[in-house]
Design a protein around this ligand. Structure first.
Ligand SMILES: *Cc1c(COP(=O)(O)O)cnc(C)c1O
Length: 648
């Protein structure tokens, strides 16, 4: 801080205040900071020395006709995450002197984009990083992309005969698919397929653990879970494999306690249980060799480091330590060879590398201006003015009796309702009704300004605060780009990417472009809690207001849908180059209107043709000038080729 900062009377807002307000350092994990211009800087290699100004980057991309909303994928971050995961495991292995290794796979369902899978396999080659497939389509992708004979291909999900046969044949191709039995009847299919093809796959078993679980995905574990074999089922399966002479191919035990494990204690229990099952399988005669701890490695979305849904109470290193130490203990006690440890971490690898940036198209809020007093005002209006005056006499910034505020607000509502009743009966004109509404909102504003920040806030008054707050219109469909905010109330860090040297004086939430009242962002991270409003800046008419949604690289893109026919946004892959600049490795154009209407079986050509005929008819009937008709057709043709989002 310079000396000028110290001497100034009222302390100026600094970028560090923005950083603290939005929790950037807590959830950013070293990948994001704010520079002196008040813009977000991205540090793709996780080091403060190298950074890209996100605002500059967006402006340059827009110059290349890559319009907002835009997904920027920082491939260096993806690489860095992969490195971090492997470093954590190798440190844990060293620390606990684990006599085995770690070999990860990426669950394709987390983000199926080709460029992402290619990047992961290429940078993961030195660790023989592999893939996990959960369906036949994902299996096909995995088979075609893996070209490292030592990389593993974990085959999960429901499996029919063909799925299993494909895996058996791929083994002969020199790949390492491991078919994980998740349903009781799959073992029969494996036996049939193996005898028909005269070859067997590598086999795994997914166990249904009975350890406790918590959080959103807690039903991935326990007796009722959709996948996995119970202990009696496991024993039966081993018997069947043995009698078909396939027990020698049983190499892997798998479990998955659900995505986003918030509490490390849950993982520890599961690991102990799985460790014992592993040992028993070995005693039953299976060679084993691999223990797959599934996904679930969590992401600290709100930076609070707590066992709450948007957070985790452990670090990547804690996770690796627990996996390694627990299995080490189990096996050492039985003098067993240590298995190769596998994890299927998706969320933890891909969340950070993708940043969604959208612009705000405008904002609105309820007018709270006090209408001018006129000579002869009716009783309800006079009553409202009285109520307003009584609220104004309550001092601001002092601990205030919330009953007093609530009482005043109840009065205001009563008088507003009186005015509505009078209007319905014809005693009150439209101008008076307008005035009554304005005065009610003016009361609301005065009440909200007096709510104490720390003390108890009655629910009604808290709701009042959100009612009065601004709505920021986002050039975005949350159904397309942030579906989990709607479907499972997930929170992601959301914040302006510029003007961060300026104090955000407004409170607001976002409404998206869809005609759906659920299409909004109104739950924001708040250090372990959730807040309904975000601190934002007043929009300037002279410049775009740009908002970033962070940590959305896992699941969001593929879960997104075409609600209201808003299509995929543009996406770019940015990689740092040696000259401290960046290269655009891939540009993935978003959907055009033509794309999205075709997805619903409409034919763009036919659509144009119909309109051409309609305009021809209108010309014949003299309703339309030829020139105007041409203009209309030009508009339609151009529009079909353009994105589904709004342009400013
Ligand atoms: C979804 C899933 C994963 C990935 O989970 P993350 O929480 O993203 O790491 C891994 N394994 C299985 C079997 C899954 O179903």
């Amino acid at each position: 801080m310079t000396s000028a900062d110290h001497t100034s009377q009222t302390r100026q807002w600094a970028v560090s205040d923005s950083s603290a307000l939005y929790g950037l350092e807590q959830w950013g994990d070293g990948y994001f900071s704010i520079n002196k211009h008040g813009n977000v800087t991205v540090h793709p290699k996780g080091s403060a020395n190298q950074g890209l100004d996100l605002l500059d980057l967006i402006e340059e991309l827009e110059g290349r006709n890559l319009k907002l909303p835009l997904i920027i994928r920082f491939d260096d971050i993806l690489k860095h995450r992969l490195e971090k995961l492997h470093t954590a495991f190798s440190q844990a292995i060293q620390h606990y002197q684990y006599r085995g290794s770690y070999q990860g796979v990426f669950p394709i369902k987390c983000n199926q984009q080709r460029h992402i899978l290619e990047e992961l396999l290429e940078s993961g080659r030195r660790w023989h990083f592999g893939l996990e497939a959960g369906s036949k389509a994902e299996l096909l992708i995995a088979l075609s992309l893996i070209n490292d004979p030592q990389a593993l291909l974990i085959c999960n999900g429901y499996k029919d005969q063909r799925y299993i046969e494909t895996a058996i044949l791929a083994r002969q191709l020199g790949r390492q698919p491991i078919v994980v039995i998740e349903q009781v009847d799959e073992v029969e299919r494996i036996i049939t397929a193996s005898s028909e093809l005269g070859a067997a796959p590598l086999i795994g078993i997914r166990a249904k653990l009975s350890s406790r679980s918590s959080g959103r995905w807690s039903n991935s574990i326990g007796e009722k879970s959709k996948f996995g074999l119970s202990i009696p089922d496991i024993l039966l399966t081993v018997e069947k494999l043995e009698s078909a002479d396939l027990l020698k191919e049983l190499r892997l035990l798998h479990f998955h306690v659900g995505s986003q494990i918030n509490d490390i204690a849950i993982l520890k229990d599961a690991l102990q249980e799985a460790g014992q099952i592993y040992i028993e399988l070995n005693h039953l005669g299976a060679p084993m060799g691999f223990l797959d701890v599934g996904g679930g490695l969590g992401v600290d979305y709100d930076g609070s480091r707590t066992a709450t849904t948007a957070s985790t109470n452990y670090s990547l290193q804690n996770y690796a330590n627990d996996v390694v130490a627990t299995i080490q203990e189990c096996c050492a006690a039985h003098k067993l060879t240590m298995p190769t440890l596998i994890s299927e971490s998706g969320r933890a690898i891909t969340s950070h590398f993708s940043v969604l940036v959208f612009n705000v198209l405008g904002s609105s809020s309820i007018a709270t201006k006090i209408p001018d007093r006129e000579k002869q005002e009716c009783l309800t209006i006079r009553n409202l003015r009285e109520t307003l005056k009584s609220i104004q006499t309550i001092p601001k910034n002092s601990p205030v009796d919330s009953y007093k505020l609530q009482e005043a607000w109840n009065d205001a509502i009563k008088f507003k309702e009186d005015s509505l009743a009078a209007f319905r009966l014809g005693y009150l004109g439209l101008p008076e009704r307008g005035k009554a509404e304005q005065l009610t909102w003016a009361c609301a504003k005065e009440v909200v300004e007096r709510i104490s920040k720390d003390g108890f806030i009655p629910k009604e008054l808290a709701n009042l605060q959100s009612t009065l707050a601004g709505t920021y219109y986002a050039n975005l469909s949350i159904f397309r780009s942030a579906p989990d905010t709607w479907a499972i109330a997930q929170t992601f860090p959301v914040m302006p990417i510029h003007r961060l040297q300026e104090e955000p004086t407004e409170l607001g939430h976002f409404a998206d472009l869809t005609c759906d009242s659920d299409g909004k962002l109104s739950r924001f991270i708040d250090n372990g809690r959730v807040k309904p409003l975000l601190e934002l800046h007043k929009i300037k008419s002279s410049e775009n207001y740009l908002i970033g949604m962070f940590l959305g690289g896992a699941y969001q893109e593929v879960m997104g849908n075409l609600h209201n026919l808003f299509g995929k946004t543009n996406a770019v892959h940015v990689k740092l180059n040696s000259k401290n600049g960046y290269n655009l490795d891939h540009v993935v154009r978003g959907n055009t209107k033509s794309d999205v209407i075709q997805a619903m079986e409409h034919d763009p050509e036919q659509l144009l043709e119909r309109l051409r005929i309609a305009s021809e008819n209108a010309i014949q009937q003299g309703g339309l000038e030829i020139e105007t008709a041409q203009k209309l057709m030009d508009h339609l043709e151009t529009s079909l080729r353009q994105s589904t989002y709004l342009h400013q």
